[in-house]
Design a protein around this ligand. Structure first.
Ligand SMILES: Cc1cc2nc3c(=O)[nH]c(=O)nc-3n(C[C@H](O)[C@H](O)[C@H](O)COP(=O)(O)OP(=O)(O)OC[C@H]3O[C@@H](n4cnc5c(N)ncnc54)[C@H](O)[C@@H]3O)c2cc1C
Length: 423
């Protein structure tokens, strides 16, 4: 079969974690990709943030052959402690609460810093001959590439210019809560344990980065986050000490804290004509449960499933965008609604709601099947609760075949640039 994939050209705007991973996946399937970002390479890798990765993200990274490369930068956690700080109740999720298909791995999740992730992805992209990667491209410049692309992907984040330029409907609700992120050194923590602390002002995640280093994602009314972000280091650590579990003590602030507004948003249609919204350009949720990036990467995974199963002639269906929207909406809606419900239930002291919280915490603490379902919803996505998980290595072998086709398509790699020059 001729490698027609090489003649499908994707323009991806935004080389953040979502755009970069999608570019890599498409190139491995043999497509030509032009990936551009307004930032320089150094700026793209510079964000001080750590991501909590779930098993769905692990599967995608394995499928794209970058998991092994990132292994030394991953901080695995084997337990997750859930505290309702108002009620004083605790539930533990442990490795044995994972579904069987995930238990072959040492962790229930991993924390990965933005810098090694972006450095690895950009390095892979730079050596892939099917990817034309351009840094420092502003929106005026990338509009000139549009007419040469068969598909345009908006991976340009929550404030997506592309989404707005096509007037795609977008529902958005700004939370009163914002969040403060900071890297700190902690003493007295459980080894390889992540914490989610439900407090009346908002949830706080404490994510292990390895050794005594932790990332704190502290949700609270946005104004409080802003005030806290401008405190002196010792004052911030003092406030943090007051809200951490007993025995856990912050000893140093390791970066400059940032305060961010939070929102719940969704584009009910993730496509218009040849434009596809991928990642935060199409949706955004509260960081409770660390779902954000994992949800973006499930967009990537589902889109790659669709682009992989092209027709006998090798062409992609003209209704690819609609297929993508239908496939993504159930997962997106269920994660957005469940994170929103968690915030509404747990970020208050309302006496009428407390019995429901007591019930949830007791069920989680005492019934393994409840923990297993909850953990699977968090780590595989609610849509995969009842589907069989691929066996370890299954996707890797499959995509190894695809990668070989990349080599045969190398000769056409210069086509995007020549089209762009009108030659
Ligand atoms: C405080 C906080 C904590 C978080 N913690 C977690 C966590 O623990 N786990 C988790 O999974 N997720 C977390 N998230 C969410 C996570 O950061 C996002 O889901 C992720 O960054 C989305 O990736 P993206 O590539 O879609 O968008 P972005 O990372 O926003 O990337 C968009 C890219 O597009 C580029 N761009 C924008 N406009 C243009 C333009 N006009 N032209 C060219 N380029 C453009 C930008 O420069 C950028 O590089 C957190 C988010 C916040 C705010």
């Amino acid at each position: 079969m001729p490698d027609v994939a090489a003649f499908h050209r994707f323009l991806i705007v935004g080389a953040g974690p979502t755009g970069s991973l999608l570019a890599l996946g498409l190139a491995q399937q043999g497509y030509q990709v032009l990936l551009c970002d307004q930032l320089s390479r150094a700026e793209l890798a510079a964000r001080s943030r750590a991501y909590a990765l779930t098993h769905s993200s692990r599967r995608l990274l394995e499928r794209l052959h970058v998991w092994d490369q990132l292994k030394t930068s991953l901080a695995p956690f084997e337990s997750l402690r859930l505290d309702d700080r108002v009620l004083g109740l605790t539930a533990w999720f442990r490795h044995r609460d994972l579904r069987l298909g995930n238990r072959g791995f040492e962790a229930i999740g991993w924390i990965l810093d933005h810098k090694p992730l972006m450095t690895a992805l950009l390095s892979e992209l730079e050596i892939n001959t099917l990817v034309d990667l351009r840094y420092g491209i502003d929106e005026r410049s990338f509009f000139q590439f549009h007419k040469h692309a068969d598909w345009v992907v908006a991976a340009d984040g929550a404030r997506s210019t592309l989404r707005r330029s096509r007037a795609i409907p977008f529902w958005s609700h700004t939370y009163e809560q914002g969040c403060l992120t900071a890297k700190v050194s902690l003493e007295g923590t459980e080894q390889r344990c992540a914490y989610e602390l439900f407090r009346s002002e908002g949830p706080m995640a404490v994510l292990p980065l390895g050794g005594t280093r932790y990332q704190v994602v502290w949700s609270a009314p946005f104004q409080h986050c802003q005030e806290r972000s401008s405190l002196q280091a010792d004052q911030l650590l003092q406030q943090l000490a007051a809200v951490l579990p007993k025995g856990v003590r912050p000893t140093a602030l390791l970066d400059h804290p940032g305060a961010f507004p939070l929102e719940l948003s969704l584009a009910p249609q993730l496509n218009r004509s040849n434009l596809l919204l991928v990642g935060e350009s199409g949706h955004r949720c509260h960081p409770v449960g660390g779902q954000g990036l994992n949800l973006c990467w499930r967009d990537v995974s589902d889109l790659l499933d669709l682009t992989q199963s092209r027709g006998v002639s090798g062409s992609l269906p003209s209704h690819l965008g609609r297929l993508y929207t239908w496939r993504r909406l159930p997962d997106l809606i269920s994660v957005l609604l469940s994170t929103d419900l968690l915030i509404r239930l747990f970020s208050n002291r309302q006496p009428l709601i407390l019995p429901i919280r007591i019930l949830i915490m007791k069920l989680l603490a005492n019934l393994r099947w409840v923990r297993r379902i909850s953990l699977s919803a968090m780590t595989d996505g609610p849509g995969n609760l009842f589907s069989r998980l691929p066996k370890c290595g299954q996707t890797i072998a499959h995509h190894g075949d695809q990668q070989r086709s990349t080599t045969s398509a190398k000769s056409s790699s210069a086509q995007f640039s020549s089209a762009e020059n009108g030659t």
